[in-house]
Design a protein around this ligand. Sequence first.
Ligand code: SAM
Length: 282
Amino acid sequence: MANLSDISVIKEVLSRNGFTFSKALGQNFLVNPSVCPKMAEMCGADEETGVLEVGPGIGVLTKELALRAKKVVSIEIDERLPKVLGETLAEFDNVKIINDDIMKLDLKKLIEEEFSKMKVVVCANLPYYITSPVIMKLLESRLPIEAITVMIQKEVADRLCAKAGERNAGAITVSVNYFADAKKLFDVSRGSFMPAPNVDSAVIRLNIKSEPDIFVSDEKKFFRMVKAAFGMRRKTALNAISAGMGIPKSNVASAIEKSGLDMNIRAEKMTMEELATLCENL
Ligand code: SAM
């Protein structure tokens, strides 16, 4: 069995397969042996759980998941990697590799087909270039999953784990707060990867809420408003919403007044409840 926590083994596997890293696919592979067991442990993988992984690379995290979970399904876009994974994960009969783009798959259908009657979690070291789209897809598809544990760029982790109303909150913070409880688990330095990226990373866990804590009668409108409000960060919510949604300023102003908010408030100062109330009054 290939000892994938040993960097010289990883290098040997890669060079034997003539593998060269693709920057475009965000290929920074983990070579710090302590990270993957910790992630696999903290994501909730156990004998009753099915784990959906995005981007297994050569399988360092996949192996740790397979050791703990009932079944692991890993989606890898790079067509050179399934062959390598066939070698590195040869000893496991509970792993399935799907050679596809995570953004193109019908994940609801996939979960139904692959994880029937299992508790399901997502665990991944995400490629930087599509961190937010992948997380938003996982959240917005309303998948029957309990939690999402992902390694992402540290600054993005701080933003996702902020609360609405805090300084580093953005539109994505509001979306994450709406669907999940976000928690930062631990930091991972850039030296833990090959090749080393220019930024540090962090592992976060999003526990999916059974339902949102705030009342929103029209979700589409709510997220349109949030996007508009945060779209022009130096503008007041009044100006940003009016410009971004194409609603006359006087209408937005009366909604702000009706919601009991300061007329000069900025989106990043607003709590989830305030955003929801404003949307209802708009
Ligand atoms: N899990 C491995 C590790 O920790 O060493 C690799 C992580 S690397 C940061 C990201 C992986 O995602 C790469 O293997 C890359 O090929 C794959 N990937 C990139 N874009 C993808 C996409 N759209 N769908 C599925 N996999 C993708």
